[in-house]
Design a protein around this ligand. Sequence first.
Ligand code: SF4
Length: 339
Amino acid sequence: MNRFSMTRPTEVAEAVREASGGGAVKFIAGGTNLVDLMKYNVERPTRLVDVSRLPGLDRIEETAEGGLRIGALVSNSALAYDPRVAERYPLLSSTILAGASPQLRNAASTGGNLLQRTRCYYFYDTGTPCNKREPGTGCPAIGGLNRIHAILGTSEHCIATHPSDMCVALAALEATVHVTGAGGDRAIPMAEFHRLPGDTPERDTELRADEIVTAVELPPEGFAKHYTYLKLRDRLSYAFALVSVAAALEMDGDRVKRARVALGGVAHKPWRDTAAEALLEGQPATAENFAAVADHILRDARGYEHNGFKIDLARRAVIRALGQAAAGTPQSQTDKRIQ
Ligand code: SF4
């Protein structure tokens, strides 16, 4: 680990000024990902800006529109168990409880969850090249071990996946990410916050270097009656998704009025396909119609040597998740056996 200095600003504006001051600056809150990355020498900041005590970012508040504004420093545990979230946005609670461990969820922040980095083996191994860690050095995952890697939206430069569960729900719920920086405040729709790798895989998000996430805003619609988060992984707890599906439906009897489907573990960002979702509108909630949605989502999926199985796994996961959501029988995150 390299030597670094650390400051603890007491105002958001002060934190932004710290980040604008040049050098390799990183914000740290819970540190559940960044500290590991520093220990592995993947991240080598010269200055750490500890934002964990900034005032006003640890609250969940009602918005004038009837949604919720979640401060960036709200812990994953506090968010998952907040009664308003559990009741009105159970999909969000479910995704958080599907991830990590209770100890990590107690420390991890909402803003940090958005910014966690891929768990690609090569990214963490500084003895290997990696375009995300060192642009232009190559992507050994493409011809190497790629069982956990992406099947959608990949590029010749990177096939990493985004590891978050929470972000999959935020994509399905159409959340908005609020950020502030030297250039002022910005509101970024969740669908545009994370990036595909393209030819700049070193950039995970649209966040600028001097910007800090201040809040995540949920719209009023929480799809609390018909939702599920189905997470498929190598073991039943404390593992990242091979494939996950957040499904949220508005039903009219046995017909689907509106559908949201977001996938995790398959791309560099939570994967949504609004054209596929539209196929369900006004249609009966049948396995055949769910399969059509899955096939549309996966029409351009591409497997590599070890992860081709993900394409069929994702297809079946979408069908099952939509079935769970339509029936109002969400996947339990306590008894994790697939229902
Ligand atoms: Fe690096 Fe991305 Fe390739 Fe992994 S998939 S080795 S993160 S460039």
